[in-house]
Ligand binder design. Sequence first.
Ligand code: MLT
Length: 248
Amino acid sequence: VSLLPGLHPPEQRGGTALVIDVLRATTTATTFLERGADAVMFAPSIEAAHALRASLGTGTLLAGERGGLRIDGFDLGNSPLDAAAREWGGHTLVMNTTNGTDAAHTAVQAAQHVLLACLRNAPAAAARAQALAQGGDITVVCAGTDGQVSLDDCYTAGVVVRELLGPAGETDFMLNDSAQMVLALTARWPGPQAALQASAHGQRLLGMGDIDLAFADLALDVTFCAELGVSDCVPELRGREAEGLVFR
Ligand code: MLT
């Protein structure tokens, strides 16, 4: 486990990475694909997102946030509930967010296979990583918040590690110290909802729900992000289009 994107252990380069930004980028990306989007593309910047839309043309929508709210000129924010509200067939969603999309761009520099994980797809994401890794290294990469380690991502990483270990908790894996730490975190709260609500990012989203009712209620986003194992959709890096990472 890597508690922040830049901490990917050098000895595990070339393996499989599971990138987590549970609140909310990887949950939202998972939900777009689950609801039929042709692809989700992670752009490295707002400018790159606009450039991708210009080159991809009709059917391309921009989604992302700054400070939790929709970016000016973007079609959508970063709400997984908005992503769940309709079907996206015929559309490619180009996303840029404060931390999550950058975390994937960093992970790509080190890993051969890159998957997006969240609580909703944690069991499926762990299973897919194991299938891809074929006994090789798996790194769970936490996006964190503005360069700080975040409880919400670390808790989710612990859940993913638990899934990788399987029901008996037995493993052929060598767990690094970070993996043992996040695993211990999963026993600290009665469940994902309590853990996400205890995190600083969860607290911020819960508070913002009241600020601007024009946006989806962000408190409901937290509840949605905390649902464990309800999705079999695992976004997987399929290539690049200009500067964008293409997940399907
Ligand atoms: C991020 O990338 O920092 C997050 O997804 C922020 C959020 O929208 O909650």
